[in-house]
Write a protein that binds this ligand. Structure first.
Ligand code: 13P
Length: 263
């Protein structure tokens, strides 16, 4: 499983700059967002090894963009609706996100699937809209504990990728980022071992290669998410097949997120 070809390894190292993204979920007000950046920016000054993205709640996007301005840190949203405008109470469109300076968007997070009825089909619609708008989507996939225990992880990942990427051309998908987030590892303190994560990433890349073509898939970054902490970031990030991290709880504190970034 871990037997990547020498070429793949080279491509991985040369073409896939690591991306470390913070998913703040439903935490922080605009003022707390500003406080975070005031503390965080000096801690990571001069850091260039990875790309950084912070994804706060919608109401904090403006404050985040303002606070991060000039730092090279990109700002992302945690979801987006696929329609351009209309009578869709509570929804936010791609162009609205872009008007705040937002460049990235998380799509299909397991909490959206679990609590808000998102399906592989709605993930596909959101993804198409985000790509069309020129946003960088971070599409989440991952198995629940019962699926892992039943030996279904690979099937689940294949199905989620196949449906999320349905009718999307490689040409259009060059900005696509995927995130492997095993549901049993999110907020639980249980982390997938680097080997488990690498195996899942290989499956995701193979499936993406079928849908988008080999070239796009080999350049596509796949992040790992699920209880990433300062203590385990390094062992995960040292894997060539792990192209970065999507960090929940540990990204809320400036010091802890900074030590993940500086792993
Ligand atoms: P935790 O890092 O809190 O486990 O959350 C992971 C996650 O869901 C990131 O999107």
């Amino acid at each position: 499983m871990r037997d990547l070809s020498a070429t793949n390894k080279l491509v991985g190292t040369m073409l896939r700059k690591k991306l470390i993204a913070a998913n703040w979920k439903m935490y922080k007000t605009p003022e707390q967002t500003r406080e975070f950046f005031r503390a965080f920016l000096p801690m990571i000054a001069g850091h260039e090894r990875s790309e950084l993205v912070v994804c706060p709640p919608y109401v904090d996007l403006h404050a985040a963009f303002d606070s991060a301005h000039g730092s090279g840190i990109a700002i992302g949203a945690q979801n987006v609706f696929w329609k351009e405008d209309g009578a869709y109470t509570g929804e936010v469109s791609c162009s609205m996100l872009k008007s705040t300076g937002c460049t990235h968007v998380i799509i299909g997070h397991s909490e959206r699937r679990q609590y808000f009825g998102e399906s592989d089909e709605t993930v596909n619609l959101r993804l198409k809209a985000a790509l069309h708008a020129g946003l960088t989507p971070i599409v989440c996939v991952g198995e629940v504990l019962e699926e892992r225990e039943a030996g279904l992880t690979e099937d689940v990942l294949r199905r989620q990728c196949l449906r999320a990427l349905d009718a999307i051309s490689g040409e259009r998908a060059h900005k696509l980022v995927m995130a492997y987030e095993p549901v049993w590892a999110i907020g639980t303190g249980k982390t997938a071992t680097p080997t488990m994560a690498v195996e899942a990433h290989i499956t995701i890349r193979a499936e993406a290669s079928k849908s988008l073509g080999k070239e796009v898939a080999s350049k596509m970054r796949i992040l790992y998410g699920g209880s990433v902490k300062p203590e385990n970031a390094k062992s995960l990030m040292l894997e060539e097949e792990i192209d970065g991290a999507l960090v929940g709880g540990a990204s809320l504190d400036a010091r802890s997120f900074a030590s993940i970034v500086m792993y």
